[in-house]
Ligand binder design. Sequence first.
Ligand SMILES: *Cc1c(COP(=O)(O)O)cnc(C)c1O
Length: 224
Amino acid sequence: MSELAQRIQQVEARIKSACEACGRTPDSVELLPVSKRQSTSLIVAAAELGYRRFGENYVQEACAKAQELPNFEFVLIGPLQRNKVKPALLHFQEIMSVDRPELALRLGQLAEELDIVRKIWIQVDLWGESTKLGGCEGSDLPALIQTLSLQPRLQLEGFMAIPPPEQTEAFSEVALLREVWQNQLGRALRISMGMSDDLEEAIAAGSDQVRIGTAFFGFRTGLL
Ligand SMILES: *Cc1c(COP(=O)(O)O)cnc(C)c1O
């Protein structure tokens, strides 16, 4: 078995036992492989093992990969600057890092012009880390959700979060936020949280999607 196949099997096993430990079914958690700074040949190898959707952080890098691999789906999990909105809409099936009303508005307008519909996730930051990683603070969420609700081409899927390391109670705060907004909006929302080092804690707190880079692909080797 290849190293990649072994790593993937280990990640799948970790997800399975994390689910069993808290009484969830393993297929209630989506594994999103994160392929930033990994080669396209490794992505192709992962596809042969059953994965066709990948998380990427950098618009330029991902656009190049999307052109090389037109039958694959890419999802943007890294920060999005206003001047990259168009390539991002064209090359990503979902954008998971929407964190401010101006960005939501621009995405909505361009999606209309391009005549496309995209799934959108709001990246939340409840821990004052946004200057480092991006993310919408709790107090700014109502305005952002209001703006998104006026963009018919953008469908709000849920919340993505990158809680500070070692602060595992942060996962429950995101789960609570989801509850509050599900009640407000009257429909289901998903939460994406948990990475290579903390997927177990995230799943225990109710995460619907874990984003796994190094544990899945190995250490990142490509240049930025
Ligand atoms: C890089 C990255 C991941 C994956 O991180 P690993 O620790 O390698 O699993 C997940 N989410 C985001 C937003 C990332 O930037």
